[in-house]
Design a protein around this ligand. Structure first.
Ligand code: GLU
Length: 532
């Protein structure tokens, strides 16, 4: 490896989903590697056997792929510094311990848990409190210690923190100069009695053996860093540059958690966010290009990312901004890509639409006379309908591209599609929104039935092409002879065809529905609302 090549790593523990904070750490490492022409390594820290699962490994890897954060070395792609799962690197930790033993920098400690608990409890009652392990086993002569090990006495291995060491100092790329007094540095455990390495020991061995030049990680690890530096020094390894990232807080300035809503990358994917928007949004939680640019594509991010523009101020997760940003990225999609990314929601759209199509004529029947009447149950989708919808979406991807212009300007999340477009699949039926009925159809003096009948006649005229432009022109021309405002003329049609007053563009929608179905919906509405 050339000396000056930047090598960074993202090192998740597969003990849960990929949290939004972890995703940001991954993005920063990835973008920094790309900006510096270096290597980005993915390492799975799976040494906690109780909490690490293969399922979580898969979820993390899929989330990384979904965000488009490709790694140069790691699971699936391999690399010269592998293996990239800590459980497969046990021999390297054993060798590192051997080195420390030879140098007298590590010693076995035979204190039992009970003894340690007792010492702690005792120390806590004294003035000054507990100041770490009291180093009882530090001075056991080597031969005696070896005899006890040979006799099978349980023991851990501890770091012998040098007596003459001054404060542990380093220059953090984000926090600046840091200094930790040596007397608070415990003779920390490196290897547990079952032979497994502790986090601090494994991470140093791995970072050193993998040639990591910059450690970019959450500031929850800031207090581990001086400990890790002592281990680097004991092993004789170069200490990398550290960059600790501040917390991500919710709008209430508390650490982002489940209480604030979704926290994992997969949840955001399932809620209809685009990978490009997530990467852009998270990149700006603590870093900025120039303090003002908000839409930053991957190329720009990878071209300009630098550690010196990371702020140590805590970042606030503003979901309204994310929604806005996601809308911007949705509008930039090609129709083809929109269909590709929207499959689950297009399936839902078709299934929801068909559930109305196969239901009673008008579902639910509105009750305009009593605005407080209980709302009808939401439409239930049967499993068979969903499966058929899935097949339909798979087979009609190209035709579905026509729907994109109807919603492109109106979506903030891909998951909003079903609610906006299901009406296209209602066939001859209509599911009327109660509030729209009240505000548009039954409002005093609205003459909505008259408007509907007039528009129906125009739409029923088979001599006219079934195209948005000509249908719209013909319907608009009715306003004058009827002496009606355009709004009063066309809103009833919108409600009768689309079910509510906030649908996508009306005539573009009508063009996509069969003529007979449009006429049937108008008839059903007239019948249900005006008993015509
Ligand atoms: N496995 C650690 C974590 O998930 C990573 C620590 C590090 O980056 O050094 O918090």
């Amino acid at each position: 490896m050339p000396d000056n090549r930047v090598r960074v790593r993202f090192a998740p523990s597969p003990t849960g989903r990929l949290h939004i904070g972890g995703a940001r750490t991954a993005i920063y490492n990835w973008a920094f590697a790309r900006a510096m022409g270096g290597d980005f390594i993915l390492r799975i820290e799976d040494t906690d056997p109780e909490r690490s699962t293969q399922e979580n490994v898969d979820v993390i890897i899929n989330a990384m792929k979904w965000m488009g954060l490709s790694w140069d070395e790691g699971p699936e792609v391999g690399g010269e510094a592998g293996p990239y799962f800590q459980m497969q690197r046990m021999d390297t930790y054993a060798r590192a311990l051997e080195t420390l033993r030879e140098r007298g920098a590590a010693y076995p400690c035979f204190c039992t848990k009970e003894q340690l608990d007792e010492k702690r409890a005792h120390a806590e009652m004294q003035e000054g409190g507990y100041a770490g392990y009291d180093r009882t086993c530090r001075n056991i002569p080597t031969a005696d210690a070896q005899a006890r090990i040979d006799a099978g006495e349980p023991h851990v291995w501890r770091l012998r923190v040098p007596d003459d060491h001054g404060p542990v100092e380093f220059d953090d790329a984000v926090y600046g100069h840091m200094s930790f007094p040596i007397d608070v540095m415990d003779d920390m455990i490196l290897v547990r009695s079952d032979g497994s390495p502790t986090y601090n020991f494994a991470v140093v061995c791995d970072d050193a053996n993998m040639g990591i030049t910059h450690v970019i990680r959450g500031d929850d690890h800031l207090s581990n860093t001086p400990r890790q530096i002592l281990i680097y020094e004991a092993l004789g390894f170069d200490v990398p540059t550290f960059a600790h990232l501040s917390m991500i807080l919710g709008p209430d300035k508390k650490k982002l958690s489940k209480r604030h809503g979704a926290t994992s990358v997969e949840e955001y994917r399932d809620r209809g966010y685009l990978p490009d928007a997530i990467v852009n949004f998270l990149a700006l939680l603590g870093w900025s290009l120039d303090g003002e640019t908000t839409i930053i594509d991957r190329e720009t991010l990878c071209g300009h990312f630098s550690l010196d523009r990371i702020t140590k101020k805590d970042a606030i997760f503003d979901e309204t901004k994310l929604d806005w940003m996601n809308g911007v990225y949705i509008r930039e999609l090609s129709a083809e890509r929109w269909v590709e990314l929207s499959r689950p929601w297009l399936t839902e759209t078709v299934a929801l639409g068909r559930s109305v199509a196969t239901g009673a004529n008008v579902v639910p029947t509105p009750n305009p006379s009593d605005p407080n009447a209980p709302q009808p149950e939401p439409v239930q989708i049967r499993e068979a309908v969903r499966e058929a919808a899935e097949a339909y979406v798979a087979e009609h991807a190209e035709a579905l591209e026509q729907l994109f212009p109807l919603v492109a300007e109106r979506l903030q999340r891909l998951s909003e599609t079903p609610q906006k477009l299901a009406f296209l699949f209602w066939g001859p039926n209509v599911s009327l929104d109660e509030k729209s009925v009240r505000k548009v159809l039954t409002k005093d003096g609205a003459r909505a039935d008259e408007a509907l009948r007039a528009c129906r006649d125009v739409l029923a005229d088979t001599s006219r092409a079934w195209e948005a432009i000509s249908l719209e022109a013909a319907c608009r021309a009715l306003a004058e002879p009827l002496d009606m405002k355009l709004k009063n003329l066309l809103q009833p049609l919108r409600v009768a065809v689309c079910g509510n007053m906030v649908s996508p563009p009306l005539f573009e929608s009508i063009e996509l529905i069969e003529r007979d179905d449009v006429l049937a919906r108008i008839d059903a509405t007239l019948e249900a609302v005006f008993k015509a």
